[in-house]
Design a protein around this ligand. Structure first.
Ligand code: HEM
Length: 581
């Protein structure tokens, strides 16, 4: 049906008698290809059809196709699937520079970021959740955008339910007032719940998985550990030394050989080394020119499942790899302890040393699970953010220029030294750089490493938005969607613009409450590693940007992977050029 309509329109438009109707088909700009998609939707059968046509900048037909959807919840979903179908067609036809035309007003209005429309988008019927509906298979790989689409059209909230008879109910929100209620005002009523613990069972009964009174001691402990000036100074120094001794030489090598490489993988190696150094004082040396294998890092990726999806066999193997690794680290420390006469020396240099003698963490499994949780927190969040920063900066040379301007007065004070004449920025020197921090926050706003929070409802409650939730309901908080809501971040919410974080004079950061900028969480569960993460990212970004130009290979498909961490599905292929001092 869709393809017939599109072909009909195209034939009419191409005819010599065709007149230009207002808003009719227009050629795309030179060098671009226009993708027209259309969908039809049968409300009774919950099925749809779709079609897509690609034409070049002279209006010439390149490719077309049509398809059916066996399950389609509503008209927005039909149109979204048609866009997806068209994009696949474009990819197969090798068309990269695309302009997409879709005539569904609700879908298009979302794409233009018109959140909270006056005519709310139709709610999905029997909204799909894993193990329930075939439609999930369509949406699960695009769940974040799907949530954003529906939330934008429904005043930042929607409710959905599972298949008849299951009694499963869901409430999805990105409404700042609801978020304050869930994370702060009434947070005891919104524990993580058993499903969360089942997904992240590798973290056992550690802080990451428990709520209420059981979380209190571990939380106080980690806040104390991560705010110890000695540990913070040691982590700063480690990061700085790792940049100087490993990252810069490797980047110099990549630049001198003009090599293409995956920035995401390198950031992953870098952060793995840094995480194990901070935790155990052990640097496994994954960041080196010969790129050693990353079994443990791969196991860490495997355990971060998306809505409980993932082959159990692989998961079991990954658990074993991680446990064995952490067990070795603990054993090594126990042996070292026997040899180190002065315990004071050891205390506070890494995170493990603060736990190893603590009777609250004497239970081996508990300690092990907590350390694995910390490894994931330390590595995954920062490496993910760094990859998105490099990607966004490569699209925004003006922002790179502003960061370099901010670094200039510091760089002028030092003559580049050593091989390759690199400029190294010390942690103290860049601590107060406001624009650099604004760039980090802007990245975290649009690309929060943990894009979706999951909670359950303990007892019946009414949200500030007026929605009633019942005991046992699951609440999904879409942090990813919140950064993309016009009512929260303004008309230009989809633009990557660090200036939105600055005061009028540009000298200070604007205050943004954590229930609006939720990337580091909010309330009692707020991330205790925020300052450390910001410090690490500042050191890395400042030094890399000053010494190199980072070019992203054109034509890559950059999209988030279906994972509870917002990694890039296909990595980020880049090339470096050494800048002249
Ligand atoms: C860009 C960097 C980071 C981001 C965006 C981030 C974000 C978050 C978020 C969203 C949570 C809440 C998770 C949940 O409750 O489900 C969290 C918790 C936590 N984060 Fe981070 N994090 C980052 C870096 C770090 C680092 C470097 C550390 C350690 C040094 C760390 C340690 C923790 C810990 C221990 C918790 C648990 C807090 C609790 O449950 O009370 N994070 N973080």
């Amino acid at each position: 049906m869709g393809i017939i309509a599109l072909t009909y329109n195209f034939v009419n438009a191409s005819s010599s008698k065709a007149s230009m109707k207002k808003g009719g088909w227009k050629c795309p700009p030179r060098g671009f290809v226009k993708l027209n998609v259309d969908a039809s939707f049968d409300l009774d059968l919950l099925k749809g059809t779709m079609g897509a046509v690609l034409r070049d900048d002279k209006g010439r037909f390149i490719a077309g196709g049509n398809g059916k959807t066996d399950y389609c919840a509503d008209v927005i979903m039909a149109e979204a699937l048609a866009v997806k179908f068209g994009l696949n067609l474009a990819q197969r036809a090798g068309c990269n520079h695309l302009i997409i035309n879709s005539d569904n007003l609700e879908y298009s209005s979302y794409r233009r970021s018109r959140s909270r429309s006056k005519n709310p988008a139709a709610l999905p019927i029997n909204w799909p959740i894993i193990h329930m509906f075939p439609s999930l298979l369509v949406n699960v790989h695009n769940l974040l955008d799907y949530f954003t689409l529906v939330l934008a059209g429904n005043g930042h909230n929607f409710r959905a339910h599972g298949p008849p008879g299951t009694g499963m109910r869901f409430f999805v929100t990105c409404d700042p007032a609801n978020i304050r209620h869930i994370f702060t005002t009434n947070y005891t009523n919104f524990p993580k719940g058993t499903e969360f613990v089942a997904i992240f069972d590798i973290m056992g009964d550690s802080l990451f998985n428990v709520d209420g009174a059981r979380a209190l001691r571990p939380r106080v402990k980690i806040h104390t550990v991560l705010s110890s000036p000695r540990l913070v100074a040691s982590m700063e120094a480690c990061c700085r030394d790792k940049v100087v001794n490993n990252l810069l030489p490797l980047f110099c090598h990549m630049a001198s050989t003009n090599a293409l490489f995956d920035m995401q993988e390198l950031m992953s190696r870098f952060m793995f080394d840094l995480a194990t150094t901070a935790l155990f004082s052990v640097d496994p040396g994954l960041l080196s020119i010969d790129m050693p294998s990353m079994d443990i890092a791969v196991a860490m990726d495997t355990v971060m499942r998306w809505l409980n999806i993932g082959p159990e066999r692989m998961l079991g193997a990954a658990h074993t790899v991680l446990r064995v690794f952490v067990a070795k680290m603990i054993e090594r420390r126990n042996i070292d302890k026997v040899h180190v006469s002065n315990d004071e020396e050891q205390e506070g240099v890494d995170i493990l040393s603060s736990y190893i003698n603590d009777p609250d963490f004497a239970d081996y499994d508990f300690l092990c699970a907590g350390l694995i949780g910390l490894m994931l927190a330390l590595r995954d969040t920062v490496r993910t953010t760094l990859t998105w920063i490099f990607y966004n900066l490569a699209q925004n040379p003006d922002i790179v220029a502003t960061i370099r301007n901010e670094l200039l007065p510091i760089a002028l004070q030092k003559a580049p030294t050593g091989a390759g004449a690199m400029v190294i920025f010390e942690p103290e020197e860049i601590k107060s750089l406001v624009y650099l921090r604004a760039t980090l926050y802007e990245t975290l706003r649009l690309y929060p490493p943990a894009p979706l929070e999951r909670k359950t409802v303990a007892t019946e409650d009414i949200m500030p938005s007026g929605h009633k939730v019942h005991a046992g309901d699951t609440v999904f908080v879409s942090i990813y969607s919140m950064g993309r809501m016009r009512d929260v971040w303004g008309e230009n919410c989809l633009d990557y613009n660090p200036h939105r974080w600055l005061s009028k004079d540009g000298n200070t950061l604007r205050y943004v409450p954590s229930h609006k900028f939720l990337s580091f969480n909010s309330g009692p569960r707020i991330c205790p590693g925020k300052d450390i993460a910001v410090m690490q990212m500042k050191i890395i970004i400042a030094t890399v940007l000053w010494n190199f130009d980072v070019e992203v290979l054109e034509g890559q498909s950059i999209r988030p992977k279906s994972s509870c961490i917002l990694q890039m599905e296909n990595g980020l292929i880049v090339k470096l050029k050494k800048r002249q001092a």
